[in-house]
Design a protein around this ligand. Structure first.
Ligand code: HEM
Ligand code: FES
Length: 778
């Protein structure tokens, strides 16, 4: 990593001359030395405060905090993922230790909080997680939906006619606690007692409380501990009730070794803390984010099926858990930086969630973002939040009720938002909104309360994340090729995109990918081209025949699975036919960057070659046109023989051409050839010809049965394991899972031959087990 203020007289060392050294012996840079998570920049916007780190020094030692700070997506995920090397045991350790007087107070209450799941090591953690997971599974959460909605309505009824409310104080703090208590099965008369002590643990754990505050917190925590035991004793006297706490009590009866007595009380307290402020803050952040982006709010009011994707986008840009902690159990490395055994890590999810290496337009709020659910706000891996689908359900229902009943609500202007100073839990302490009660839709018609949106439990369904656009132009680009330009219906800017990106065009039963090929930087429109394919499945003909200017279409994306690595020394671009579209965007970019490139464009004849005029105008010097009817065919082996070292090849075109290219590139260094396929080789599952197998998930200690009529991806999703996916046809690489053991039948078009032979990863959406069993690192 290099520091922007790097002096040049240090023999190549990029860091400032400094007396401070990190525990690995490296000097500490000026930015790292100054970093203090309790300073205003991090408190206001942790992701922005760590932009320098993502860019220059993604893993650094903070002398003020005495932690290693990790800020990039891949690194944060890697730390979450490996809970053996990076133990979660310090996740709830007090950042500021308590004075002896506070410890005395707690002693007086016999306080003996033990580790509970989130900060437990293996193998204990997994044994318990597995036993106690049932109630959190999607199929067992559906039954809660009805009463959660009633609860939300009840709270809204209390202020709907007032015209003004503090949503945090009057609702968002209350609902998650009530939901958590009911989920636990705590009888309602006891819930009142617990409520009194469910104090802000935030400052206690992740803040810098004053000695006076420490004493008050100790008193409250002690009371909480005492009350929890009394309630638990009553529940245990008749352990037949319904709820997760009763499940745990019964587990204690049958498996006292795995769920011991001491565990029950700790777990009751821990789960209330885990479920309460996290969800309250996340809801407040989401409302603030959406109401400050009125167009997004309006889109949701018009189309509430967008709510799940909007909530994930809010969890990404304004999550309520912004940083988590781990401790290294051995000497290790993160992002190439050596971390000694015992090193404590602050892994900043808020920063990872805005890392441009993972996200397109990371700083923009886009409720149509197809992969927003890949945010790390719920953590990742073996300890990933067990309550994520409860939180999602609550947040979705709350938002659905508001966009129906108070679509005209606004943030009160000029209010100041206050945040409790701490490293990890983030949300405003109040959120004032106002509206004109006379305009409440339900005063005109009660029907707004009828037919609420039903949300499926789990990550958003990708088919729901569709952006409405209007066709502004349809132009003929060549024989059988049309270009379609689309704009936002309200003439707003459309998202930025990078070369190689595509959109999915959705209409009727059709869903097809098309690469973007317009002028990048022109945010007013998106352009793509469609080749009429009489031999295809019918989508291209349908679009050719029906799309007209003024028509409303739906698109998903932009997405990019064909990234241009801008660091190579030289490039050869090879386009066949309609494959020119992503290649043209790449050529434009390379030209703008001043990188050396050559471009080969092949087609049956000039009349069939789209954008030829533009390609000749803009890339004439780099261009060779291979028009079949002029007898000028592409000599692929000849072109490839002339490649120089470090040159990258990008190609898109007919399958035959890509297969030939792959065959010629078998022995090239990894990462030199980049190709984009547009059609899957086999996407339809034929149960008659498939066999069932089992997938053992090593990290989660779960075994999932995959039926002969199911994909591995479907089976994993049904078991509550979120695996990102996109194309579901083996084209994009989003659903890759690591394989530890077992023979794989690869059916994707993403992995190279060498990668297949290594047999250590597979695409869950289409590839299967050759035998009866696979062991996955999930
Ligand atoms: C763990 C975030 C709501 C129960 C976690 C972790 C995070 C988190 C970051 C640690 C993950 C890791 O180490 O990989 C959140 C956020 C929430 C939320 C942002 C709301 C938006 C809830 C709710 C419940 C819950 C509503 C329960 C009803 C748990 C439990 C764990 C956990 C039991 C421990 C899992 C384990 O270690 O195996 N949560 N949480 N959370 N959360 Fe949540
Ligand atoms: Fe695209 Fe599996 S989801 S390859």
């Amino acid at each position: 990593p290099a520091s922007s203020s790097a002096p040049t007289d240090m023999g190549g060392c990029p860091f400032d001359r400094s007396n401070t050294k990190a525990p690995n012996g490296c000097p500490v840079s000026a930015e790292a030395g100054n970093f203090d998570p309790f300073d205003t920049p991090y408190q206001l916007d942790p992701a922005e405060a760590l932009r320098w780190s993502r860019d220059q020094e993604p893993v650094f030692w903070s002398p003020k905090l005495e932690y290693w700070v990790v800020s990039r997506y891949e690194d944060v995920k890697a730390v979450f993922r490996d809970n053996l090397t990076f133990s979660p045991s310090i996740a709830l350790e007090k950042l500021t230790s308590a004075p002896p007087e506070a410890a005395k107070i707690l002693e007086g209450y016999g306080y003996a909080m033990r580790r509970t799941m989130v900060n437990e090591d293996e193998p204990d953690h997994m044994e318990r997680r597995r036993l106690l997971m049932d109630a959190f599974l999607p199929e067992n959460l559906e039954k809660h939906e009805g009463w959660v909605r009633e609860l939300v309505r009840d709270y809204m009824d209390r202020f709907i006619d007032k015209g003004r409310a503090d949503l945090v104080g009057e609702m968002f703090r209350e609902i998650p606690l009530t939901v958590a208590l009911r989920f636990l099965g705590v009888p309602s008369e006891d819930a009142k007692e617990l409520r009194k002590f469910s104090v802000a643990h935030t400052i206690n754990t992740w803040g810098r409380p004053s000695p006076q505050q420490q004493l008050q917190i100790a008193e409250d925590v002690g009371q909480f501990w005492k009350t929890a035991q009394e309630i638990l004793d009553r529940m245990r006297a008749d352990p037949t009730g319904e709820g997760w706490m009763y499940d745990s009590i019964r587990m204690h009866e049958t498996h006292p070794d795995i769920v011991p007595e001491s565990y029950l009380r700790s777990m009751m307290m821990a789960i209330l803390v885990a479920a309460h402020e996290t969800t309250a803050f996340a809801t407040a952040n989401a409302f603030r984010t959406l109401l400050s982006n009125r167009e997004a709010w309006n889109d949701i009011c018009e189309n509430p099926t967008l709510i799940p994707s909007a909530i994930e986008e809010c969890l990404r840009v304004a999550g309520s858990v912004v940083a988590w902690r781990r401790i290294a159990t051995e000497d290790t490395e993160v992002g190439g930086v050596k971390i000694p055994k015992g090193g404590k890590l602050l892994i900043v999810q808020a920063s990872a969630n805005r890392d441009p290496r993972h996200w397109e337009n990371p700083d923009e709020i886009d409720i149509y973002r197809h992969n927003a659910a890949e945010h790390l706000t719920f953590g990742y891996g073996a300890h990933q939040c067990m309550g994520k689908n409860i939180a999602r359900m609550e947040m979705r229902i709350i938002l659905d009720e508001f966009v129906r009943r108070l679509p005209h609500m606004q943030l009160v202007e000029n209010q100041t938002f206050e945040y409790l100073p701490n490293t990890s839990f983030r949300g405003p302490t109040s959120l004032w909104v106002e509206w004109e009660p006379a305009q409440n839709p339900e005063r005109l018609t009660r029907s707004v309360l009828e037919n609420p949106t039903h949300f499926h439990i789990g990550a958003p369904i990708k088919d729901d994340i569709l952006r409405r656009v209007v066709v502004s132009e349809v132009a003929r680009e060549a024989d059988a090729v049309i270009r379609i330009d689309v704009v936002d219906p309200h003439r707003r800017e459309l998202p930025d995109w990078s070369p190689g990106a595509h959109i999915e065009l959705v209409s009727g039963k059709w869903r097809r990918y098309y690469s973007l090929c317009g002028e990048r930087g022109d945010r007013s429109r998106l352009s793509f081209a469609i080749l009429r394919e009489p031999e295809g499945r019918g989508g291209s003909i349908y679009f050719h025949d029906t799309v007209k200017p003024g028509e409303v279409l739906h698109i998903a994306g932009p997405k990019n699975h064909f990234h241009l690595d801008e660091t190579a020394a030289r490039y050869t671009l090879i386009a066949g036919g309609i494959g020119i579209t992503p290649i043209l965007a790449m050529a434009d970019r390379l030209k703008a960057l001043g990188k050396p490139y050559t471009l080969h464009y092949c087609g049956a004849g000039r009349r069939t070659m789209a954008f030829l005029e533009r390609v000749e105008r803009d890339h004439g010097e780099a261009l060779t046109v291979h028009a079949g009817d002029e007898g000028c065919r592409l000599d692929l082996p000849g072109v490839l023989a002339g490649l120089s070292e470090g040159e990258h090849v990008y190609s898109c075109g007919p399958e035959r051409m890509l297969e030939a290219l792959e065959a010629l590139a078998v022995n090239w260094p990894e990462g030199t050839l980049h190709i984009e396929h547009f059609t899957a080789r086999s996407s339809i599952l034929d149960p008659e010809n498939e066999h069932a197998f089992e997938a053992v998930l090593a990290d989660s200690d779960l075994t999932v049965q995959v039926g002969n009529d199911q994909t591995l991806l479907e089976a994993l999703t049904a078991a509550g394991v979120d695996v990102p996916s996109d194309c579901c046809e083996g084209l994009c690489g989003s659903c890759e899972v690591a394989v530890i053991e077992g023979d794989i039948e690869h059916r994707d078009l993403v992995l190279s031959r060498a990668e297949r032979e290594a047999s250590d990863r597979m695409m869950a959406c289409c590839s299967r087990a050759k035998g009866k069993r696979l062991v996955l690192s999930l």
